[in-house]
Design a protein. Structure first.
Lengths: 283, 369
């Protein structure tokens, strides 16, 4: 199979071409984020290769976008504050529910489970107006709690469904012997089921992490226009809207917002793929 | 628990009375303290002017710790009950929060939205299906439907077919690992971030000025006048779809590539022995074998295209006839404050998405992660 053939050359060239197409836009953005406002406007980013070493690169854009009026540093911290609990809370709640559906007996179990799965088809757009109104009445809008709970609500159906699929497949003998040893349901759940479910929990966690980190719609509905709590996607949209030609801020801001998910992606690609396989039906 | 209940009768009446009262007192006391702690945390987070880093750390600990604490306390309280009651109540301690949140965030809102779609702008008057007839007679909405159909067909088709083609090609090349990583990478980038990347590619300057957008620079190199890509419909919508395809092809590729590895070699060998060409093998053997995966990928992307929102807002703010159902819904509800029309559009979105999700779930059922 290793002998030279024109079809192999053609395949390799095609793949190389695809790599270039897929990467070039991001490379352009990255290079631009280190150029001054004037040079960005004066010439395309590809011209930098003709004048390497002429001291044309600067970190000013990052300094400005992070600590200037756009407050990307604050937005970065806000994104962290939104994302981490919005990933952990639904997983915890869903795992408890999945365990009960799988290993506890109670009236209405089937009906409740079916209604949870049915919630998978409801797009979150349906909930925006009523939930926002409820939030406004109890003065919850614009708080992190509001967004955590919203993300928990929108991710919970999928999380429960996936974790149920996993937890209900754990060996029955294991549960029975735990019960014989006098372990309560709570102990069985925290000491036995949670540790055993780590692969499923991790897969969903990564999926939910990317979803929340990259979300714009839920954040902009429930966090509103207060810059103090806004996340990075909101800040970026705001810069594109008001000053779409400020490329030095847009490019550096976009990179600040991408760096964490891209690192997570590169580091955890395998789990990431599992999470995607698992999460592909997110409503 | 069993031990404790066996001990009780041996004690004197006075002792067990004190123990009983003490137990009730503790059972009331602990939740109250927990509630006060959580409430204090909430007030701190809402009103504090402390350092951002402190607030963020407190928020994370408070949010996660609070939820965990609620379960621990609810379970602890339940274990104080007699055994029979414990067995009856404990399942609902486990399921209850999930069910309550789903009810509050999806079930009840869906019903309310359905009802509000039959009311006027401020919800004060029942107007029947007027919001729906308004939607379907509004030219903006007709354009939105056309755009959503473009998103659905072009976005889904190109992402899936390209993903399939690349999955097949890449495994035969020397750069398969690198290529897979780089083509998959955009999946980790938000639609808003991706929009910034592509705005730069589509950037337009009037003729005669230096073009800093890649696309117009390439045109310029061939002596063609620059094009204002994002202002003319329907080309602009198609260019926005390119962003989605750029992001989702990697997803399709990775999932289809995993399925390709599951195609048995013997089957392909048998095909080759029978004298089938590579194309015939691909068309008649490989594609039918991985068809369920292709359907899962296509329906997943289709759902995404029907609900697309971020890209349109970040690229054109739904100007130049690039609006879609989700952006119109947002505009009606939160810019024009016409909740009736907004609700009607949300219901239309639900109706459009539901059959696709059903189909997707049917393929998905029974597949473990």
């Amino acid at each position: 199979m290793r002998k030279f053939s024109w079809s192999r050359v053609a395949i390799n060239l095609t793949v190389l071409f695809l790599i270039v197409i897929w990467t070039l836009p991001t490379v352009g953005l990255f290079i631009t984020s280190f150029r001054s406002k004037e040079t960005i406007q004066a010439s395309g980013w590809w011209t930098v290769f003709g004048q390497l070493g002429s001291g044309q690169f600067t970190l000013d854009n990052y300094d400005k976008v992070l600590f200037g009026g756009d407050g990307m540093a604050t937005a970065f911290l806000n994104t962290l504050a939104v994302t981490i609990p919005a990933v952990v809370i639904p997983i915890l709640i869903a795992a408890f529910a999945a365990y009960a559906f799988a290993w506890m007996d109670f009236p209405g179990r089937r009906l409740m489970f079916i209604s949870v799965v049915a919630m998978l088809v409801v797009p979150l757009q349906i909930a925006l107006i009523p939930v926002l109104k409820a939030y406004l009445t109890i003065d919850l809008n614009g708080t992190f709690l509001a967004v955590w709970l919203a993300h928990a609500g929108f991710g919970l159906a999928l999380a429960t469904y996936l974790l149920y699929n996993y937890i209900s497949q754990l060996p029955k003998d294991l549960m029975e012997s735990a019960a014989l040893d006098g372990a309560s349901h709570f102990t069985t759940f925290t000491r036995l089921v949670l540790p055993l479910s780590v692969p499923a929990l991790a897969a969903f966690a990564i999926f939910q992490f990317l979803w929340v980190w990259n979300d714009y719609l839920v954040a902009t509905t429930f966090l509103g226009i207060d810059k103090d709590v806004q996340v990075m996607t909101q800040r970026l949209v705001s810069i594109t809207g008001s000053r779409g030609q400020d490329w030095q801020l847009l490019t550096s801001g976009a990179f600040v917002s991408m760096i964490v998910p891209v690192l997570v992606f590169l580091g955890l690609q395998r789990y990431f793929i599992r999470g995607l396989l698992a999460g592909s039906v997110k409503g | 628990m069993q031990q404790a209940s066996a001990d009780v009768p041996r004690r004197g009446l006075g002792q067990s009375l004190v123990a009983g009262v003490g137990r009730i007192a503790v059972s009331v006391f602990v939740p109250i303290v927990a509630f006060i702690v959580l409430w204090a945390g909430f007030i701190f987070l809402r009103d504090s002017g402390a350092n951002k880093l402190v607030i963020v750390s407190v928020a994370i600990v408070w949010g996660i710790g609070g939820v965990a604490m609620l379960y621990v306390i609810a379970n602890w309280l339940t274990e104080k009950l007699p055994n029979a009651w414990q067995r009856r109540i404990l399942p609902f301690v486990f399921v209850g929060p999930a069910f309550a949140i789903l009810t509050f965030y999806l079930l009840v809102p869906a019903v309310i939205t359905g009802w509000e779609s039959l009311l006027n702008a401020d919800g004060s008057q029942f107007i029947g299906i007027d919001n729906y007839t308004y939607a379907f007679s509004n030219p903006d909405f007709i354009v939105a439907i056309r755009n959503n159909v473009l998103w659905l067909v072009i976005g889904t088709l190109f992402s899936t077919v390209l993903g399939l083609a690349i999955a097949v090609l890449v495994d035969r090349s020397r750069m398969s690992r690198l290529a897979k990583t780089l083509i998959f990478l955009p999946m980790a980038i938000s639609f808003v971030g991706a929009s910034v990347i592509w705005r730069f590619v589509f950037s337009f300057q009037p003729e005669g000025q230096p073009q800093i957008g890649l696309l117009n620079a390439i045109l310029g190199a061939f002596g063609i006048a620059p094009v204002s890509w994002l202002t003319g419909a329907p080309l602009n919508t198609i260019l926005l779809i390119v962003i989605l395809v750029w992001g989702q092809t990697g997803f399709a590729m990775v999932i289809i590539s995993a399925a390709l590895r599951g195609v048995p070699d013997e089957m392909l060998e048998a095909g080759r022995i029978d004298g089938a060409s590579e194309w015939q093998i691909f068309r008649r053997l490989i594609v039918p074998t991985i068809w369920p995966t292709i359907v899962t990928v296509a329906t997943t992307i289709a759902i995404l295209t029907l609900k697309v929102f971020d890209i349109v807002i970040a690229m054109t703010n739904q100007n130049f006839n690039t609006q879609v159902i989700a952006t119109l819904m947002w505009q009606q509800a939160f810019t024009f404050f016409d909740q009736g029309r907004g609700a009607a559009l949300a219901i239309i979105l639900l109706v459009a998405v539901t059959p696709v999700i059903f189909y997707n779930l049917r393929q998905f059922r029974g597949r473990a992660i």
